[in-house]
Design a protein around this ligand. Structure first.
Ligand code: ADP
Ligand code: MG
Length: 280
């Protein structure tokens, strides 16, 4: 049994004149300890897909069909309370923009400590001590001294480290990172990706890393799934997908990615590549 198994997932948003099918018949598995990358351009349904798993989409308006089993338990049919337990403790998620996910009016240390107080019932003192350790483990220098700071006193990269500390403090079985480095500049991006990779290796947790950038997911994921227009058009081991892409869209992503050392992007745009190809 896979740790997480998503089968025939459809997510549809009703519109005033019709509907928007954001996710269409998506199926994938995640094995324990594995790193799965989901890649695709903006609007292809990556965030809607994973947000639906954790009950983070308002239902309605979103209409969700399909099955998503976490350790054999269907996430779409479990009670709200149970789902909140899973979301806070067993599956953690981090997002692109730490500033919108952090509470500007709460000291960093207390935000990191909050899940421990809620889910593990630790005292304020105990939780704060663990929070400082968590800050150290994500590479925040002078953690003890900086713990009392406010989010706006941290740089973008440091704020993302705070988010990662929050996500990791409950020792999740799965970390879902949705474009965690998109808002950061390139060198900081690399540091954060390395941090995520190291934490994954150290803890043995599974990882779903979402990005519009194939090079980003290829650099740390064992497997890659490619999404386009709500459809998962291709999935396979990173090696397979990079060396022998099956779908024209994947070939386009590869060609347009200088970091993957593929020639041809300047001459052929992705749009031209897709011309004559059947849309999924
Ligand atoms: N709450 C919502 N209501 C209506 N449409 C939405 C909502 N959230 C996302 N969408 C639409 O669903 C599609 C997929 O969005 P999303 O999953 O955010 O894309 P990605 O993460 O790949 O950039 C987009 O067309 C987006 O506009
Ligand atoms: Mg997104």
């Amino acid at each position: 049994m896979s740790q997480l198994s998503v089968k025939n997932l459809h997510v549809t948003f009703p519109l005033r004149d019709g509907e928007l099918k954001a996710v269409k018949d998506v199926s994938f598995n995640l094995e324990k300890g594995e790193a799965l990358g989901i890649v695709g351009e903006s609007g292809s349904g990556k965030s809607v897909c994973v947000s639906s798993l954790l009950g983070l989409l308002p239902v309605p308006p979103a209409v969700i069909k399909g099955v998503a089993e976490f350790e054999g338990q269907d996430l779409y049919s479990c009670e709200a309370l149970q789902l909140r337990e899973i979301r806070g403790k067993r599956i953690s998620m981090i997002f692109q923009d730490p500033m919108t996910s952090l509470n500007p009016h709460m000291r960093v240390i207390d935000q990191i400590a909050e899940p421990l107080r809620i889910h593990e019932g630790l005292s304020k003192k105990q939780a704060r001590a663990r929070a400082v350790k968590a800050m150290e483990s994500v590479g925040i220098p002078d953690a003890a001294a900086r713990a009392k700071s406010w989010p706006h006193e941290f740089s973008g990269g440091m704020r993302q480290r705070v988010m990662i500390a929050m996500a990791m403090i409950s020792e999740p079985e799965i970390l879902i990172a949705d474009e965690p480095t998109t808002a950061l500049d390139v060198t900081v991006q690399r540091q954060i990706l390395n941090l995520i990779r190291d934490l994954q290796k150290k803890t043995g947790m599974s990882l779903i890393l979402i990005s519009h950038d194939l090079a980003v997911v290829a650099s740390i994921c064992d497997r890659i799934a490619v999404m386009r227009n709500g459809v998962m058009v291709e999935q396979g081991s990173s090696k397979e997908v990079l060396s022998n892409p099956q779908h024209a869209y994947t070939r386009g992503l590869l060609m347009c990615n200088p970091a993957l050392h593929q020639p041809g992007c300047r001459l052929t745009t992705l749009e031209e590549m897709m011309e004559g190809e059947e849309a999924p």
